[in-house]
Design a binder for this molecule. Structure first.
Ligand code: FAD
Length: 119
């Protein structure tokens, strides 16, 4: 995914495949900016925050090298976890130029509840 795409643009495209991207910070924001700020939002309670949705990144480093983090494999226990170096770093370590993200199936039903306390 290219970093200038916004989460709402991504969700418009994913809808026809029955999929959605779970991070929703309320305001519209780009995927690159969301990774750079480790955005959350209400659905993070169920699905996790932005850094939990990023499988791998392509990053342009200040020395002009292009650097790749992560793999497609779920295994995360071997080697450095370099995604975390760039997530939440606000672009100070490098410029995110591509992201690979987790997406989910749109739930068949969504139910919301509210607790009212009467004093
Ligand atoms: C009304 C409102 C409500 C919000 N609610 C929430 C909320 O509920 N939860 C929450 O977590 N956040 C919330 N936010 C914050 C929001 O998540 C961030 O402002 C947003 O994710 C930043 O994305 P952006 O595209 O606007 O990035 P920008 O504002 O353009 O950039 C943000 C930072 O990321 C860096 N950056 C941008 N793109 C890249 C890139 N490609 N590579 C490296 N660095 C980059 C910039 O240099 C900057 O430091 C809210 C913001 C607003 C305005």
């Amino acid at each position: 995914m290219i970093p200038g795409v916004t989460w709402s643009q991504l969700n418009k495209k994913l809808k026809s495949y029955g999929l959605f991207f779970s991070v929703n910070p309320g305001a519209d924001a780009t995927l690159g900016g969301m990774a750079a700020t480790n955005t959350s939002g209400t659905p993070a309670v169920k699905y996790g925050v932005m850094k939990e949705q990023v499988t791998s990144l392509e990053v342009a480093l200040p020395n002009r090298n292009i650097f790749h983090t992560g793999t497609q494999a779920a295994k995360s226990s071997s080697g450095y976890h370099l995604n975390s170096l760039f997530e939440g770093a606000e672009g100070t370590v490098g410029c995110i130029t591509k992201l690979t993200l987790h997406v989910y199936g749109i739930p068949e039903t969504i139910v919301a509840g509210r607790y009212l306390s009467v004093i």
